[in-house]
Design a protein around this ligand. Sequence first.
Ligand SMILES: [Zn+2]
Length: 68
Amino acid sequence: MARMEERNTANSGGTCIVCSQQKDLGIRIFQSFLCTECEREIVQTDVLDEKYPYYIDRMKQIWMSAIS
Ligand SMILES: [Zn+2]
């Protein structure tokens, strides 16, 4: 998966859209928050990994909320 080059470091943290946990460190993508651990997971996840479709689905929701 392509790395997200254009990103802003969130200062206040938030609820991660992937793991649904409150985290202090992460990035904000449009209206959604993605914690550092999940971002790292997604970047490292192989396309053939069984978790990959799940991450794609979560990311899709971020894009959907961004364009709605
Ligand atoms: Zn997370």
